[in-house]
Design a protein around this ligand. Structure first.
Ligand code: FES
Length: 201
């Protein structure tokens, strides 16, 4: 099943923030000076997407435009520019696989292979069971722990094909795999140095 990259054909007619999210939206808007409310467009779109199963229907973008007194097309432009906004449904777990040079050199092809062979998906696709969507993305700023994948809001780093496959199994089984480095290194310490700064044997 494909996850269309563009606007989804099936659109809900309406969208409304929950009372709690409406308060959050107002809080974001109040952070900016009068006549600069449009600066809150990204956090409001993030709120709307999080509320709506991780994708943004047109109705939600229109609500954001109205709240910020922006022409709707300006909001569509923002939502279509940033890859963090999904304008079509995605799986429960969105796998953003970094394939920029450092991650590629360190094995992102192995990650892509797991997506294809284990989950049956490539760039822009969603698995048949609706659990996983996959996107190839550019550098996510964690190159020192390459290769890495962002899954929903979390980074999984120092991956191998094997450890990534295990993470997918755990997520599908409802478990919460540990985020960050999968080899146990602390932050961005050199891979062959232990926590005390000594060289590993
Ligand atoms: S190249 Fe993959 S995080 Fe930078």
């Amino acid at each position: 099943m494909s996850a269309p990259a563009n606007i989804n054909a099936k659109q809900p007619k309406t969208f409304a923030f929950t009372p709690e999210n409406l308060e959050k939206a107002k809080w974001f808007i109040a952070k900016y000076p009068k006549n600069r409310e449009a600066s809150a467009v990204i956090p409001l779109l993030q709120l709307a997407q999080a509320q709506h199963d991780n994708w943004l229907p047109v109705a939600a973008m229109d609500v954001v435009a109205e709240m910020l007194e922006m022409p709707p097309v300006r909001v569509y432009e923002v939502a279509s520019f940033y890859t963090m906004f999904n304008r079509a449904p995605v799986g429960k777990f969105l796998l953003q696989v970094c394939t920029t040079t450092p991650c590629w050199l360190r094995g992102s092809d192995d990650i892509k292979h797991v997506c294809k062979s284990k989950l049956g998906i490539t760039d822009g696709e969603t698995s048949k069971d609706g659990m996983f969507s996959m996107m190839e993305v550019e550098c996510l700023g964690a190159c020192v722990n390459a290769p890495m994948v962002q899954i929903n809001d979390d980074y999984y780093e120092d991956l191998t094909g094997e450890s990534f496959a295990q993470i997918c199994d755990d997520l599908a089984a409802g478990k919460k795999p540990s985020i960050g480095s999968q080899t146990g290194r602390q932050g961005s310490h050199p891979a062959n140095i232990n926590q005390n700064g000594a060289k590993k044997a």
